[in-house]
Write a protein that binds this ligand. Structure first.
Ligand code: SF4
Length: 439
């Protein structure tokens, strides 16, 4: 089926369609902070945060982020660690890394001015066609189309291009239609209206057609066929099990910074060992962590488990408190060197950091798929990213300064309560309800 032109589908009523949709949007749009006085930078930040993340969750993060980094230069000059700390809990941390890297490129190569050009935008790390379209149309007022999950659903139904007529090139057709629909004046408002209609009215399961402002233009409404293009089948939940040694010396905890290819790249985390061998955790820790790192274990205590979800993985983390003797406490530098040996000594099979060998946790889909990271045209990053994992001892009181994955933050609280809290320690299983990291 050929891509219908707007004349085919709307039968000459394009202006009326636009008018109805925008009128509805002006009356019904949610009052969201990024909609007030949008700039290219604020649109960029909000769109990156909104990838695969619910609007309600983003609001607070967006406000704190913009307060601390009000302009692209401020973001570019900030340490990555601080950016990640503010992002903590929002998940998909690679988004934050890419945003920070792209901000550095904009600051250096574009004198702090976000380029108003589709090609240049799409060359920045983490910016794809959709985010670029949002920055251009909403931030700059340029006529650039947007097709994302909500507007895709609306357009598919309006045009009747859903199953079974959906061809392989459905996306190309939808982008073409989205461009045809765009008005010259206020294209950003029109794009937001289309997305908002999908978010509030044209719902995936039960579209609210009776209150839809454009139902008279809708082929799905006319035919009763609300088919959507076949979605990629949801992948089944995978169960995984890890041992998380919380190594304690005095009031210091041992942390490692995840390497760039790992699930939680550049965040700090406790070492994680794949729990696949039914080995006693104490033996596992001794063999795969303490011995290679030169730690002398004084006491090992089981502090319970934390069950948490990371995308489609259900992970049971067994929290083991490992107290080490003061004489054996290696420095961070020594740990780094020995940890490099740890990889070769064990084939990294048991350091569950993202590799897939021997049952350790595979790298996850860390980035919103629609916006796969792009290689920058100008790889000029003023602040180098660490190439390997790093280790450090950190005082329990200073833990809040470091960016940790949300489950690891919880693990730290459980472990510290267990080790230093008052009253009788209790082993139990906690269930983390905050599904999603590394979203
Ligand atoms: S009429 Fe129904 S299916 Fe069509 S766009 Fe409106 S809500 Fe969606």
């Amino acid at each position: 089926m050929d891509c219908p032109s707007e004349a085919d589908w709307l039968e000459g009523r394009l202006n009326e369609f636009r008018r109805r949709l925008v009128h509805w949007f002006r009356k019904n749009a949610r009052d969201l902070p990024w909609r007030r006085d949008p700039t290219p930078y604020s649109v960029w930040v909000s769109e990156v945060m909104l990838q695969q993340t619910q609007v309600e969750k983003v609001v607070g993060y967006y406000q704190r982020f913009l307060e601390r980094f009000p302009r692209v230069e401020v973001l570019a000059a900030a340490p990555l660690e601080e950016v990640l700390r503010l992002w903590e809990g929002l998940g998909y941390y690679r988004r934050a890394v890419n945003l920070w890297k792209a901000a550095q490129i904009v600051a250096k190569d574009f004198a702090g001015q976000i380029p108003a050009d589709l090609t240049l935008l799409c060359r920045l790390p983490g910016i794809g066609h959709y985010t670029a379209g949002a920055i251009l149309s909403i931030g700059f007022g340029k006529p650039a189309p947007i097709v994302e999950a909500n507007s895709r659903r609306v357009l598919t139904r309006l045009t009747g291009l859903g199953k079974p007529s959906a061809g392989k090139d459905l996306d190309r057709k939808l982008w073409t239609i989205a461009a045809q629909l765009l008005p010259r004046r206020h294209p950003g408002e029109f794009n937001q209206a289309l997305m908002e209609l999908g978010a509030l009215v044209c719902l995936p399961e039960k579209p609210l057609c009776l209150i839809c402002p454009v139902r008279q233009f809708c082929r799905a409404y006319q035919t009763g066929q609300f088919d959507l293009p076949a979605a990629n089948g949801a992948r089944p939940v995978e169960h995984q099990s890890v041992v998380v040694p919380v190594v304690i010396w005095g009031r210091k905890l041992l942390l490692r910074r995840c390497g760039p290819e790992e699930r939680w790249a550049f965040l700090w985390d406790f070492p994680r060992l794949s729990d696949v061998s039914a080995e006693d955790p104490a033996q596992l820790i001794h063999k795969h962590l303490a011995e290679p790192l030169g730690l002398k274990i004084r006491k090992v205590t089981d502090a319970g488990s934390l069950v948490h979800f990371v995308t489609r993985y259900r992970i049971k983390a067994r929290i083991i408190i490992v107290e080490v003797s003061p004489q054996s406490r290696p420095s961070a530098g020594q740990l780094g060197k020995r940890a490099a040996g740890l990889k070769t000594a064990t084939g990294s099979a048991n350091l569950a950091a993202g590799s897939t060998t021997d049952g350790s946790i595979p790298a996850l889909d860390t980035k919103a798929k629609a916006e796969a990271p792009q290689a920058g045209p100008v790889a000029s990053e003023r602040q180098a990213l660490p190439r390997d994992s790093q280790w450090q001892w950190i005082n329990a009181e200073e833990l809040h300064k470091l960016p940790l994955p949300a489950p690891s933050r919880k693990i730290s609280q459980i472990a510290l309560d267990f080790r230093f809290g008052h009253g009788q320690p209790q082993r139990k299983i906690w269930h983390d309800q905050t599904r999603g990291s590394p979203k």
